[in-house]
Design a protein around this ligand. Structure first.
Ligand code: UDP
Length: 493
C-alpha cells in the first residue's frame, strides 16, 4: 500500500455524538483500531470539553489524535457552556442539542479538508460517525472517503425506534397496539412510546431529524454495531438485507473500569472503593443496583414509591439518586424528595447505600454481591449488566430504551419490566415484590449467566477460533485496508 506524504497508511476519523453513552463506545473503538492498524492515524472529533476529558486515556496511543469542533451557541439557543448533553437538564434542551449538531456541517467539512491537506491531498479513508450525525455521509463522500455509522444501540431497538419516527403509527390509529409497515410481525403497546413520541405531530422536528439521519445512514458504506450477534442475530440480518450493505457487530464495546472515562460536568460521585467496601458486607447475588443512566431522572412521586418499595423488600440496594426532572443537575438534593427518615433508616440497617449523581457502575455490576439491576435499559447499561451476568428489572424512560427492554424480556428472558416512562404510577408494594422475585429467582440468573458466557466468547479466541465480534472487527479492518488500497491506486468510491 502506498503511504501518504506523512508516511501513514491513512486516516480513520471517528465522530461520536457528544453524550456520555455515545462517546464511550467510540473511545473503545479508537483503542481497538489503533492496536489493530497501528500504521493508520485515528482522529477523534469532538467539542473541546469532551476532548479535554478523554485525552488522558489515550496517552499510550500515539496514533490517536484529536480535532476540535465548536458550536455557534447563539445560533442554536443552547446554554452557553453546552458541549455535551450530560450537563443539560431538560429533554427539550437535549432535543435542541441534537438539532444544533447539524449546524456543525460546515466546520466538519473544513476539518476534513485540513486533514486531507495535511496528508498530501489524501482524504480520510473512512469516517465513522454516530448514528445521530448521519449528515457526515455527504461530507465523507464529497471527499471520496467512505462512511460508516457506529450504532450505539442494537438493530432490534433501532429498527422499531426509526420506524416509529418515520411512520408515526401512533397518529394513524387509536388502538392500544401499534404495528409497522416495514417490520412485519413486530407489535408494541402504546405505553412503549416516550412522552415526545406520544405527543408527536405531523412534521414533528424529532421525526424530521430521525428520518433525515436514517436516510443519510442508508447511503453509508456499511454499519458498525455495539452489539453482539448472540443477542439479536435476526435483526442484524434484517438490517443487512434491507440496506444491502455489510453490518459488523463488534460489541460489547465497554471500558474495563469507570475510571477510564469520567463524565463531563464534574459531578461529585462516589469512589469505587467505598462502593466495594459496602458491597463486601453482603452475600453473593443479594443486592439490587438501581440507576437510570447518565441523563434520565424520575419525578418525586415515583422516587418516593421506589424508596418505599426498596425498603419494604428487605433486600440490600445501591441507588444512584439524582434531582427529579426540572431541577438543575448542580442543585442540592432535597430531603423531602424521599420518605421521611428513609436515608437514616437504611444506612443504620446497612440495607441501602444512596449515591448522589454518579456511581462507578462497572465496578458495582462486577461485584459478586450484585444480583439484579433496576435499570432504565440504556444500551450501555444493558451490555454492562449482561456482560456481568446480572438480570435486569426494566424501567425504560425514553427513546429506544422501551425496545431494549422488550428485547431483554421477550426474546432473551433476562428481564422483567417494572414500569414504563415517567407517567406510569408505581406503588411500593409492586417494587418490593419484583425486587424479591428477581433476586430470589434462579431462572433469569441462569439465563443471564449463559448470555454472559456467550458474550465473552464473542470477544475471545477459543481453541484457535475467533468469536463473532472479533471476526466482525477483522472483517471491518480488512475492508478499511482494501478501501485504502483502492484509494492509493487512484480508485474512487
Ligand atoms: N454510568 C455510570 N455511573 C452512573 C450512571 C451511568 O458510570 O451513575 C455510565 C454507565 O456505566 C453507562 C453510561 O453511563 O456506561 C450510561 O449509558 P446508557 O446507554 O446506559 O444510558 P444513557 O445514559 O445513555 O441513557
Amino acid at each position: 500500500m502506498e503511504k501518504g506524504k506523512t508516511g501513514i497508511d491513512g486516516t480513520v476519523v471517528l465522530f461520536p455524538f457528544m453524550a456520555h453513552g455515545h462517546l464511550n463506545p467510540f473511545l473503545e473503538l479508537a483503542q481497538l483500531l489503533s492496536t489493530r492498524i497501528p500504521s493508520f492515524t485515528i482522529t477523534i472529533v469532538s467539542t473541546p470539553a469532551n476532548i479535554l476529558n478523554v485525552r488522558p486515556r489515550f496517552l499510550s496511543y500515539p496514533t490517536v489524535r484529536f480535532s476540535e469542533l465548536h458550536f455557534h451557541i447563539s445560533d442554536d439557543s443552547l446554554p452557553a457552556d453546552a458541549q455535551n448533553t450530560d450537563t443539560l437538564t431538560s429533554q427539550s434542551a437535549v432535543t435542541r442539542f441534537y438539532h444544533a449538531s447539524e449546524s456543525l456541517q460546515p466546520s466538519f467539512h473544513r476539518l476534513i479538508s485540513q486533514i486531507t491537506e495535511s496528508d498530501g491531498g489524501r482524504p480520510p479513508i473512512c469516517i465513522v460517525s454516530d448514528m445521530f450525525l448521519g449528515w457526515t455521509v455527504d461530507v465523507a463522500h464529497s471527499f471520496g472517503s467512505h462512511h460508516v455509522p457506529l450504532y450505539t444501540s442494537g438493530p432490534y431497538a433501532m429498527s422499531i425506534y426509526n420506524s416509529i419516527w418515520t411512520h408515526l403509527p401512533q397518529r394513524l390509529t387509536c388502538a392500544d397496539h401499534l404495528t409497522f409497515p416495514d417490520l412485519p410481525g413486530v407489535t408494541i403497546d402504546r405505553t412503549q412510546l416516550s412522552r415526545s413520541m406520544k405527543s408527536a405531530t405531523e412534521n414533528d422536528p424529532s421525526s424530521d431529524f430521525t428520518i433525515r439521519q436514517s436516510e443519510y445512514c442508508r447511503r453509508s458504506d456499511g454499519s458498525l454495531w455495539n452489539t453482539v450477534e448472540v443477542l439479536e442475530r435476526s435483526s442484524l440480518d434484517n438490517w443487512a438485507r434491507s440496506t444491502g450493505k455489510p453490518v459488523w457487530a463488534i460489541g460489547p464495546l465497554l471500558p474495563n473500569s469507570s475510571k477510564e472515562f469520567e463524565r463531563v460536568g464534574k459531578l461529585p460521585g462516589l469512589s469505587p472503593l467505598v462502593c466495594t467496601e459496602w458491597l463486601n458486607q453482603h452475600p453473593p447475588n443479594s443486592v439490587v443496583y438501581v440507576s437510570f443512566g447518565s441523563q434520565n431522572t424520575i419525578p418525586v412521586a415515583l422516587m418516593i414509591e421506589l424508596a418505599k418499595g426498596l425498603e419494604e423488600s428487605g433486600k440490600a440496594f445501591i441507588w444512584v439518586i439524582r434531582n427529579p426532572p426540572g431541577f438543575e443537575v448542580g442543585e442540592s438534593f432535597r430531603a423531602e424528595w424521599l420518605p421521611e427518615g428513609f436515608e437514616d433508616r437504611i444506612t443504620e440497617r446497612k440495607q441501602g447505600l444512596l449515591v448522589r449523581n454518579w456511581a462507578p457502575q462497572l465496578e458495582i455490576l462486577s461485584h459478586e454481591s450484585i444480583g439484579a439491576f433496576l435499570s432504565h435499559c440504556g444500551w450501555n447499561s444493558v451490555l454492562e449488566s449482561l456482560s456481568r451476568g446480572v438480570p435486569i428489572i426494566g424501567w425504560p424512560i425514553e427513546s429506544e430504551q422501551f425496545y431494549n427492554s422488550k428485547l431483554l424480556e421477550e426474546e432473551l428472558g433476562v428481564c422483567v419490566e417494572l414500569a414504563r416512562g415517567i407517567d406510569d404510577m408505581i406503588n411500593g408494594g409492586d417494587v418490593a415484590r419484583m425486587v424479591r422475585l428477581v433476586l430470589e429467582g434462579e431462572e433469569m440468573r441462569r439465563k443471564s449467566e449463559v448470555l454472559r458466557e456467550k458474550m465473552m466468547t464473542a470477544v475471545s479466541v477459543v481453541e484457535g477460533v475467533k468469536g463473532s465480534s472479533l471476526q466482525a472487527l477483522d472483517h471491518f479492518v480488512e475492508t478499511v485496508r482494501m478501501w485504502g488500497q483502492k484509494y492509493s491506486k487512484g480508485g474512487s468510491l
